[in-house]
Design a binder for this molecule. Structure first.
Ligand SMILES: Nc1nc2c(ncn2[C@@H]2O[C@H](COP(=O)(O)OP(=O)(O)O)[C@@H](O)[C@H]2O)c(=O)[nH]1
Ligand SMILES: [Mg+2]
Length: 332
């Protein structure tokens, strides 16, 4: 294969071929674009994809519905080490979470539907940033147009519930049912693309049981854990409790399943300020792709300082990397 296509790209392409709605087609194309190695050998494919992307965006606009248009507010370019979207019914504390962890100017209101459009903020965690998106609410009957596209493309989803509410079970179910209707399941494991048309997409997820400070919330949390066969971890939270809020960035970091790798030019010190965030399980090849981006450079050799290797050990390009590794790449 001239362009060195990855299994992730091929899976996205399969999804595209299976997609029936304009919305699904666009989501799959966007995923293909992300997964496409951007070097010289793929130039033709890149041009081709760009054409398909713009046609798919047009097709969406012409569906007539008020749905996503060229200015789809739910299309949020990924920045930082990973993108996480919140999902929840009205008034559960979504905006308070994003407001507490990021510098985003969220709108916190004591009435429902205070958030009309999605709003991303950056959560600092050690030496990286994670993009966290505040979103308008879903209800059992309603999903904001365009939101499902974000569910598919985000690296992880966080379901937020008000655990002090009598309707907490229904609220959880409303969220999970909307996902299930679109063949999306939350998982404690890694992201898993559908293996065949119509199969489910598994997205890493977490559930935040917010407002644990209020009366009745602890009992409800016990009930939730007992009655509800949660596919993911349920973490109690109060946005008014600084300690609980301070634990969130690490949970979010674990959710996106990335490793931080530090690149080192030959003979120089590594740049320890700016790690490359790579999907867990990545090898040296994948690091090189990120480091050299569009440039078609061949890696001659790599040396590693870090997990399970002697300092400066020479490794093959298929050597699996670990969080915190320092890698010296020699390219031609
Ligand atoms: N008691 C309590 N109130 C909270 C908590 N988090 C948010 N709130 C309040 O719940 C209301 C809705 O919060 P908001 O963040 O706007 O919810 P959203 O609609 O899900 O974005 C506001 O009055 C918040 O002050 C919490 O942990 N405990
Ligand atoms: Mg809100």
């Amino acid at each position: 294969m001239a362009a060195n296509l990855t299994p992730m790209y091929l899976a996205a392409e399969a999804k595209y071929r299976a997609a029936k709605t304009p919305e699904d087609k666009l989501a799959a194309l966007e995923e293909m674009w992300r997964e496409l190695p951007k070097h010289k050998s793929s130039e033709k494919l890149q041009a081709d994809l760009k054409k398909k992307l713009s046609a798919a965006r047009k097709a969406l606009q012409q569906t007539g519905k008020k749905g996503p248009t060229r200015a789809d507010p739910f299309y949020i370019p990924k920045t930082g080490a990973g993108q996480i979207a919140l999902i929840g019914t009205p008034n559960v504390g979504k905006s308070s979470i994003v407001g507490g962890l990021t510098k985003a100017h969220v709108n916190i209101t004591d009435y429902p539907f205070g958030t009309a459009t999605p709003l991303p903020g950056m959560v600092p965690y050690e030496d990286i940033q994670i993009q966290l998106i505040d979103t308008p609410p879903v209800t059992a009957e309603h999903v904001p147009a365009g939101f499902p596209g974000l569910w598919r493309t985000a690296d992880a989803l966080v379901v937020v519930v008000d655990v002090s509410s009598d309707s907490v079970l229904e609220d959880v179910e409303a969220c999970l049912n909307h996902l299930a209707e679109r063949h999306i399941e939350l998982t404690d494991g890694p992201r898993r693309l559908p293996q065949e048309p119509g199969a489910t997409l598994k997205v890493p997820g977490l559930m935040l049981a917010n407002k644990i400070d209020l009366a009745g919330a602890s009992d409800n949390l016990d009930m939730l854990r007992e009655l509800f066969d949660a596919p993911v971890r349920i973490e109690p939270l109060s946005t008014r409790d600084a300690d609980r809020m301070a634990r969130l960035p690490e949970l979010l970091f674990k959710l996106i399943r990335v490793i931080r790798v530090y690149a080192k030019p030959p003979g120089k010190k590594p740049d320890l300020d700016e790690p490359f965030a790579l999907p867990a399980g990545s090898d040296v090849h994948e690091l090189a792709r990120k480091v050299y981006r569009g440039h078609d450079r061949r890696i001659q050799s790599a040396r590693i300082w870090g997990h399970g290797v002697a300092d400066g050990q020479n490794v093959h390009l298929d050597h699996m990397l670990h969080d915190g590794d320092v890698v010296e790449l020699r390219a031609d």
